[in-house]
Design a binder for this molecule. Structure first.
Ligand SMILES: NC(=O)c1ccc[n+]([C@@H]2O[C@H](COP(=O)([O-])OP(=O)(O)OC[C@H]3O[C@@H](n4cnc5c(N)ncnc54)[C@H](O)[C@@H]3O)[C@@H](O)[C@H]2O)c1
Length: 290
């Protein structure tokens, strides 16, 4: 399979490309600048906010892993994050449609849920949050991830493009191990209410991307699936339900199914059961491994 990875020179892209190469998949990196990590991987320079450049860069792909984006709201004004992320995802989807590319794996984010980097600390309707829980984003970057996924879904409905949207959480990179060790050392359960302890190691995101490329839609009329992709456990030590109760007090949401945390007291507050069941995803790393 010939897979074009947009944003392949970025942090997640570097791990995604490694995972695909390790499994014998041919990769082309499409980015603004070449990859330092994978200098030998074929590279196409393209600014994906330019529709023509996008079309030329991915026209001969069999599948696209779309990771290019401004990956957080911290360094750019909101209007730039909105403009770049929405336009480039639109251009990639249009190019995929025009070139009749079968599949796209979209790098969404757990922040599309409305938890994480948000102003308002919502209370979930139930825990663990799964793909059936409504999404409540109200922050610019998260809007772009959310609306990007909506665009993907509607191209799947209208044009039968196969789309897997991966809502992965805060990605932990080996490049940042020292800082992450400090995060783990100083963890309390403050902040739990905001981001629910969600994170995932970059290698596990790579695994989910690879599995998404071969997911069998089995002739579905609308070939679209979204998955939460997180580590198996939250950042905080101790039982997850205890952290949830500490965070939400009297407003603690119901647990669904009721025995979820009895079966696995350390399970993540975002469910990864759908990814396990349908993709065969099984995260290999938790913060205890650092
Ligand atoms: N890092 C995280 O914690 C995290 C969490 C959830 C989702 N994501 C998503 O994963 C993806 C990758 O994130 P990352 O952390 O690797 O970010 P990154 O900044 O390291 O990589 C993004 C890449 O996209 C490229 N890019 C940006 N604008 C482009 C354009 N106009 N044309 C072509 N290429 C362009 C950049 O050059 C860069 O190489 C993003 O879509 C991000 O939203 C990241």
């Amino acid at each position: 399979m010939n897979v074009h990875v947009t944003g392949g020179s970025g942090l997640v892209g570097g791990y995604a490309i490694q995972e695909l190469l390790d499994h014998g998949i041919d990769v082309v990196n499409v980015d603004l600048h070449p990859s330092k990590k994978h200098p030998k991987v074929p590279f196409r320079k393209a600014d994906l906010t330019d529709a023509g450049a996008t079309r030329r860069a991915i026209r001969d792909a069999e599948a696209v892993v779309h990771l290019a984006a401004i990956p957080n709201p911290n360094n750019d004004p909101g209007e730039r994050v909105m403009a770049v992320n929405m336009v480039l995802t639109h251009n990639v989807l249009e190019a995929v449609r025009e070139s009749k590319i079968r599949r796209i794996v979209y790098g969404c984010s757990e922040s599309a849920s409305g938890f994480g980097i948000h102003r308002v600390e919502h209370v979930p309707l139930y825990v663990p949050i799964d793909e059936a829980h409504p999404s409540w984003p109200h922050e610019t970057y998260s809007f772009t991830k959310y609306f990007g996924e909506v665009m993907c879904r509607e191209y799947a409905r209208a044009d039968k493009i196969e789309v897997v949207s991966l809502r992965y959480g805060w990605v932990w990179f080996r490049e940042h191990e020292d800082a992450l060790r400090k995060t783990v050392r100083h963890r309390g359960d403050q902040g739990f209410r905001r981001h629910l302890g969600a994170y995932v190691f970059a290698e596990d995101v790579g695994q989910a991307i690879r599995l998404s490329l071969s997911y069998d839609f089995a002739g579905a009329a609308m070939p679209f699936e979204a998955f939460y992709v997180l580590a198996a456990e939250p950042i905080y030590s101790g039982p997850t339900l205890e952290a949830i109760r500490n965070a939400f007090g009297d407003a603690t949401p119901p647990v669904k199914p009721a025995d979820y945390f009895e079966k696995n007291p350390r399970a993540s507050a975002f469910s990864i059961e759908k990814a396990r069941r349908l993709l065969g995803y099984e995260p290999q790393f938790t913060c205890e491994d650092l």
